[in-house]
Write a protein that binds this ligand. Structure first.
Ligand code: AMP
Length: 114
């Protein structure tokens, strides 16, 4: 896949408010937050969409989810709750084609799905 905006953040070529990083993932605050807490969890390996993740990368997807849950526990909102979502392609509302998981928290989110 061609170079993405999030790859530039990973390489520190553009700034971001990074809240977590390990060998395979990075997490930073969304530039247009939709909730008091809005963090993007991003694999460093740049798959464009969920459709592009091969079976062999199942562990990476697990890590993505568990990193978000660990962040929620560390930040103290795991019990009050949070939402994780991943957009895929045009109809899913995806705008950045480098796989990422949104974590939203800090207020009661409505149950509207579309
Ligand atoms: P999606 O629509 O699921 O592809 O989500 C892309 C997200 O990336 C949006 O919520 C944007 O607000 C966010 N975003 C775009 N550019 C940046 C940036 N430079 N730093 C942080 N978040 C960004």
């Amino acid at each position: 896949m061609s170079d993405s905006l999030f790859s530039k953040i990973i390489r520190r070529e553009i700034p971001a408010d990074i809240v977590f990083e390990d060998d395979r993932l990075i997490a930073f605050r969304d530039i247009h937050p939709q909730a008091p807490v809005h963090v993007l969890f991003v694999p460093k390996q740049p798959h464009a969409t969920l459709n592009d993740v091969p079976d062999g990368e199942a562990e990476l997807l697990g890590r993505l989810l568990l990193a978000a849950a660990a962040y929620a526990k560390r930040e103290g909102f795991a019990e009050s709750g949070y939402r994780l979502l991943m957009n895929c392609n045009h109809d899913g509302g995806q705008t950045v084609f480098h796989l990422h998981l949104h974590l939203l928290a800090g207020r009661a989110l409505d149950s509207h799905f579309g």
